[in-house]
Design a protein around this ligand. Structure first.
Ligand SMILES: Nc1ncnc2c1ncn2[C@@H]1O[C@H](COP(=O)(O)OP(=O)(O)OP(=O)(O)O)[C@@H](O)[C@H]1O
Ligand SMILES: [Mg+2]
Length: 349
């Protein structure tokens, strides 16, 4: 064991503190050092990736990726370097496939055979798939269409059918039917024809990582979205995000006016226990990799067929989750890093 960890950042980006680092990066370095380990931050660039690779492969037990892939010109070269490091035995926190598998919106579709996600959840990778299935989905009830790129509710649309007579004999909503669309970014509403709106949605399915996920609208979002903040396999806190009180509001993003409250996992033990029980199925469905080091899972309440509460997974994040609002978590994270490295070392030796 080298007892050395590398944390990757990029130079620019809106997530930096005044010293140029993410505010929650150096606390991890210090917590590792307090445990007799060393850690260093490397600013990644495509140009230097070969020398970075050599250095990290030689010196580190593990890397921690702290880069929002959206801040890179293109993520492919960075992910390629991370993949080579993992192949060389450097433990990926997280492996690029984990970032892709957990973070992409279509993770929901891969989990629709678990109790976490309704079976009628779909992913569209091109216009034909969108045109074929979405009019059927909408005929069955209100939907949410989610683009994969972007965040904070941009391109996340609640879609309501206004013409109740608009379903044709094949069970599809007709293209000329009027619909009402609400965007999670700011809860603003627009009225369109279904055909016009689907044409507008072409932008979301084209280009790199283009896809739309189509899931049932869950009206109990009014009661809030519940985020479990995870350190590897341990829930460490819960954020309750309640959408603004206005009639159309369904968004739990801060900018849209949602209220956040910070709870302990003990206060949400039903949710936490059922999620922990589902984790082996989650990892198996998402490629069989180890869980990410720092990640979140968001839930919305629903009723099951017996009228009991169930929690539906809305999304997961794991490429660049921060903990700036609770820097003391760096202690738990350092303990977890050392435990993961020690377990892996014991397994190979
Ligand atoms: N199926 C659903 N039913 C009701 N509301 C939903 C549903 N899915 C998403 N929402 C609402 O829309 C918001 C944005 O959706 P989501 O979190 O999937 O997208 P995002 O843009 O990636 O957000 P983030 O910035 O959190 O990554 C959620 O916070 C939630 O309030
Ligand atoms: Mg979200």
């Amino acid at each position: 064991m080298k007892k050395h960890v590398v944390l990757f950042e990029v130079r620019e980006g809106t997530d930096k503190g005044p010293d140029g680092y993410r505010p929650d990066t150096l606390p991890m370095v210090r917590s590792l050092e307090a445990r007799g380990w060393s850690a260093e931050v490397i600013f990644y660039t495509d140009e230097q990736r070969d020398s970075i690779y050599e250095k990290v492969a030689d010196t580190a037990d593990a890397y921690i990726s702290r880069i929002n892939p959206g801040n890179l010109k293109e993520e492919a070269m960075y992910f390629d370097m991370l993949r080579r490091l993992s192949d060389k035995g450097v433990i990926g926190m997280a492996h690029p496939d984990v970032m892709i598998n957990y973070g992409a919106k279509d993770a929901l579709v891969k989990l629709r055979n678990t109790p976490l996600v309704p079976a009628d959840t779909y992913a569209y990778y091109n216009v034909q798939e969108l045109q074929e299935q979405f009019p059927k989905s909408l005929a069955a009830g209100e939907r949410v269409l989610k683009q994969n790129r972007g965040s904070t509710g941009e391109g996340i649309w609640r879609v309501q059918l206004l013409d109740t007579e608009a379903v044709d004999e094949t069970g599809k909503v007709r293209p000329d039917a009027r619909i009402r669309c609400t965007e999670a970014k700011d809860n603003h509403t627009e009225e369109h024809t279904l055909g016009g709106f689907l044409e507008f949605c072409t932008q979301y399915v084209t280009g790199a990582n283009g896809m739309l996920v189509d899931m049932r609208f869950l009206p109990r979002i009014k009661e809030g979205e519940i985020r479990i903040f995870m350190i590897h396999d341990k829930p460490v806190n819960v954020v309750h995000k309640k959408p603004a009180d206005s009639a159309d509001a369904f968004s739990a993003t801060l900018f849209s006016g949602a209220q956040y409250r910070y709870d302990s996992p003990e206060e949400w033990s039903d949710l936490v226990q059922s999620f922990l029980a589902a984790l082996p199925a989650v990892t198996a469905q998402l490629g069989g990799y180890d869980l990410p080091l720092i990640w979140t899972a968001d839930f919305i309440l629903d009723w099951d067929e017996q009228g009991q509460d169930v929690y539906i997974l809305g999304e997961m994040n794991c490429s660049c989750v921060g903990f700036t609002s609770q820097l003391s978590l760096s202690e738990n994270i350092a303990d977890e890093i050392i435990a993961i490295v020690s377990r892996k070392e014991a397994a190979v030796s």
